[in-house]
Write a protein that binds this ligand. Structure first.
Ligand code: GAR
Length: 210
């Protein structure tokens, strides 16, 4: 059976959605760079092995990356899932897991990379916002896109309201993308993801509707 490792830094709601989705693979471990990440207790309570690689304990990014990579490799996972993992990973680390590491980002990339994506979307006045699951490559928030989900930006939206609407979709598409990967349905060809057996989408999302 295939296996996967989830990396978190905090709340871990995407991690919970991934584990609850009963993916065709075993969750070998949940690893956090923060000892106080709330998601660790949730995973441990469900019998999932947990580990902490505290970035504050390392003198350099390279040393932290090496320790984190070693902790992941102990489990020899087929897939590494960054789920609200808030450390930038170095090139060597990213190359080591090339083609087998996914991230969930709370915007429709390439719009709004980096932090504070919901505030940026509100400031830009976009009518459609969302989230993206992508392969991790050395450039931040730039790797091949697996799947995106869009939500409307509604009049009067607060950052929190918009974040909650996007987060609900994150939980859906991240589990979907991980399932596709573990089923061997994802190929990256010329930097673009192709999904074997995908139905052609024929709907359009228009916001606002009159
Ligand atoms: C999620 O919204 C995720 O997309 C975002 O952090 C949140 C973590 O929530 N990730 C990033 O911004 C990565 N740059 P969670 O811990 O409840 O899954």
């Amino acid at each position: 059976m295939k296996s996967y490792v989830i990396l978190i830094s905090g709340r871990g709601s995407n991690m919970q959605a991934l584990i609850a989705a009963q993916l065709p693979g075993r969750c070998a471990a949940v690893i956090s760079n923060r000892p106080d990440a709330a998601g660790l207790a949730w995973a441990a309570a469900r019998g999932v092995p947990t580990a902490v690689v505290d970035h504050k304990a390392f003198a350099s990014r390279a040393a932290f990356d090496a320790a984190l990579a070693a902790e992941i490799e102990r489990h020899a996972p087929d897939l590494v899932l960054l789920a609200g993992f808030m450390r930038v990973l170095g090139q060597d680390f990213v190359k080591r897991f090339d083609g087998r590491m996914l991230n969930i980002h709370p915007s429709l990339l390439p719009s709004f990379p980096g932090l504070h994506t919901h505030a940026a979307a509100l400031a830009a006045g976009v009518k459609i916002h969302g989230c993206t699951v992508h392969f991790v490559t050395p450039s931040l928030d730039c790797g091949p896109i697996v799947v995106q989900a869009a939500v409307p930006v509604l009049p009067g939206d607060s950052e929190a309201a918009l974040a909650a609407r996007v987060l609900a979709q994150e939980h859906v598409v991240y589990a979907q993308a991980a399932r596709w990967f573990l089923e061997g349905r994802i190929a990256v060809i010329d930097g673009h993801v192709q999904l074997a057996g995908a139905a052609n989408a024929d709907g359009a999302l228009r916001v606002p509707l009159d």
